[in-house]
Design a protein around this ligand. Structure first.
Ligand code: GDP
Ligand code: MG
Length: 166
């Protein structure tokens, strides 16, 4: 199995931390060279049976300018070219305008989107259910996976879930 996965989310939700954890021990490629004009390969996770290319997808944010507007268009294109999108949120933050904006963009593509609830080490388990309900009301997520990218909790489960979509 092999395929491409985009990681998106507001700044500081833990995208880089997750990437490091995912491929930390199994680095095949780490490159900043642009793969296409839209996507930048960030890392490749490989096992005997699978290869997952994780892409940094910049520009999924509220456009402030014409350039920002252009970046949004290319980001939207990037989301169509992958097998799955990981939408990371910080469960310690409330559901705010930043995440709502991203969800509106996700509605333009039909790629499966995972709601990856990061930083579960920061909140009580009861809070998670409340957050899941809020986000599920806004978008039909393909999978919902709570993790702690920092501590590595549930990251293996996330990888297993991703493989179903490759
Ligand atoms: P990015 O901007 O989305 O790439 O976010 P980073 O990966 O740079 O993380 C932003 C901050 O959140 C850093 O200080 C991380 O250590 C912290 N962080 C990331 N994941 C977790 C997590 O699961 N739990 C906690 N408590 N902090 C996290
Ligand atoms: Mg980062």
């Amino acid at each position: 199995r092999s395929g491409f996965v985009a990681i998106i989310g507001r700044p500081n939700v833990g995208k880089s931390t997750l990437m490091n954890h995912l491929i930390g021990q199994k680095i095949a490629i780490m490159s900043d060279k642009p793969q296409t004009t839209r996507n930048k390969i960030h890392g490749v996770y490989t096992t005997d049976t699978s290869q997952i290319v994780f892409l940094d997808t910049p520009g999924i944010h509220k456009p402030q300018s014409k350039l920002g507007d252009y970046m949004m268009k290319t980001a939207e294109g990037a989301l169509k070219e992958v097998e799955a999108v990981l939408f990371l949120i910080d469960v310690a933050d409330g559901l705010g305008g930043g995440d709502r904006f991203i969800i509106e963009q996700l509605k333009k593509v039909d790629t499966p989107v995972f709601l990856v609830m990061n930083k579960i080490d920061k909140v009580q388990p009861e809070k998670l259910l409340e957050i899941i309900t809020q986000y599920k009301d806004l978008y039909p997520f393909a999978e919902i996976v709570p993790i702690s990218a920092l501590q590595g909790n549930n990251v293996e489960t996330l990888l297993t879930q991703i493989q179903k979509y490759l």
